[in-house]
Design a protein around this ligand. Structure first.
Ligand SMILES: Cc1ncc(COP(=O)(O)O)c(C=O)c1O
Length: 404
């Protein structure tokens, strides 16, 4: 099965002359599937027809709407339905996870993350440390990448073990946003659990892109966004995972009425009784149009019957790497070439330096190639098999070889 047979489901941005751009930016904002528009329009119509009754009437009723997403989301996350919930936004969910699972005590108060993490993650971590009255200079451990911008899985495990006595949380990415490196999350979660350290995962660049087995890996919590490979649109509703062992969590959390047990939510009791599993971390009434866009977009995943783009038959990324990566060539591919250590994103820099890299990026943009630039010197190109084609990969590889 070639997933690019699903390309016709997506709206591809166009040049002024009506020809399609070469869109390699699904790692930032995935394209709009027709199904997302239809699903949102359906809920707008139901709002027009039913008003407030939409909460309790129609199919699906808005109360519990998020549950129609569960089977597909659970498959993509490799999780049980009780462990996941489509809710909130990524950074907010990260805070919710940290409020519950970052519980510093005595010497155990530090947080480990990767140096060069997505800034929002670092802001969130630093603010959590400060909330507890700690000094990020002392209490944040950031593991530095090697000279090529990668972090070996062995080093992650060794660092966890070396700092076991002082760590209160590990926060790790599934796929690193800048390098495109996919970590051995099973090993990292196991090392953390064996050392008795709670672990949270940021799966922004992993969900839909690489295979995930969250139930088996059992991090304490995980978060993701849905606007990249899940194609649910800008600001889309995000995802939250808590391991099954925390389904009846009685530790601290930031509570809101939507996390209250659904059967008695509308009894309006003063005391909070959390819903079982990840749903218990919801705070506000569900964003129905947002959930609808995700529900529509996930229909494409249902039809493609894949859990990750890596399962797609055509490895467009391998082809792009093969055409660009050579020891003596102008391009240094940062992303690991081994398919087990990457998803579909290729991060590259020019050996000749930042300004040439920037000039190449601008030339590509002018030619209608939509990739992105990440400071200080990385060009990211993400061929997503759901809608990109071999022809597009060949064309961009050719442009880069000619202009680099
Ligand atoms: C790795 C990573 N973490 C966090 C974020 C921030 O996400 P949000 O703005 O949805 O909170 C992003 C956004 O692209 C990201 O790539």
């Amino acid at each position: 099965m070639k997933t690019s047979q699903f390309r016709h489901h997506f709206s591809v941005p166009k040049h002024a002359d009506g020809s399609e751009k070469i869109y390699f930016c699904g790692n930032s904002l995935g394209l709009m599937p027709t199904e997302a528009r239809e699903a949102v329009e359906k809920e707008l119509n139901r709002w027009a027809d039913l008003g407030v009754d939409g909460h309790f009437h129609g199919n699906p009723e808005w109360l519990g709407y998020h549950r129609i997403l569960e089977p597909t989301l659970a498959r993509l996350a490799g999780a049980k339905p009780v462990e996941i919930c489509a809710m909130g936004t990524l950074t907010t969910n990260l805070h919710l996870g940290m409020i519950s699972f970052y519980r510093p005590e005595g010497k155990r108060k530090k947080i480990l993350m990767e140096q060069g993490s997505f800034p929002s993650d670092r802001y969130a971590v630093v603010s959590q440390l400060e909330l507890h009255g700690f000094d990020p200079e002392q209490d944040l451990i950031e593991l530095t990448p090697d000279e090529y911008g990668l972090i070996d899985d062995d080093r992650v495990v060794e660092t966890i073990q070396a700092h076991a006595e002082e760590l209160a949380l590990v926060l790790w990415p599934g796929v690193q946003y800048s390098s495109g490196q996919y970590f051995d999350l099973g090993r990292i979660c196991l090392a953390s659990r064996e050392a008795g350290i709670p672990i949270g995962l940021d799966l922004a660049h992993a969900i839909g892109n690489v295979p995930l087995e969250l139930h088996e890996w059992a991090p304490d919590f995980a978060v993701w966004c849905s606007y990249k490979y899940l194609n649910a649109g800008p600001g889309a509703v995000a995802g939250f995972f808590v391991a099954e062992r925390h389904a009846c969590f009685d530790g601290p959390r930031l509570a809101g009425w939507w996390g209250h047990d659904e059967s008695s939510r509308f009894v309006m009791e003063p005391d909070f009784k959390p819903a079982t599993g990840a749903e218990g971390w919801q705070i506000s009434g569900a964003p129905i149009f947002n959930l609808a866009a995700l529900a529509g977009s996930l229909q494409v995943y249902e039809q493609a019957a894949i859990a990750s783009l890596q399962e797609a038959e055509t490895d467009l990324t391998a082809s792009l790497i093969e055409q660009l990566d050579s020891d003596n060539g102008p391009v240094h591919v940062v992303t690991p070439t081994d398919p087990a250590r990457r998803g579909c994103q290729v991060s590259m820099r020019l050996r000749s330096g930042r300004s040439q890299g920037r000039a190449l990026f601008e030339r590509l943009s002018e030619a209608g190639v939509v990739g992105d630039w990440r400071e200080p010197d990385i060009i990211r190109i993400a061929p997503t098999p759901m809608y990109n084609t071999q022809n597009e990969v060949d064309r961009v590889a050719d442009m880069i070889k000619r202009w680099a």
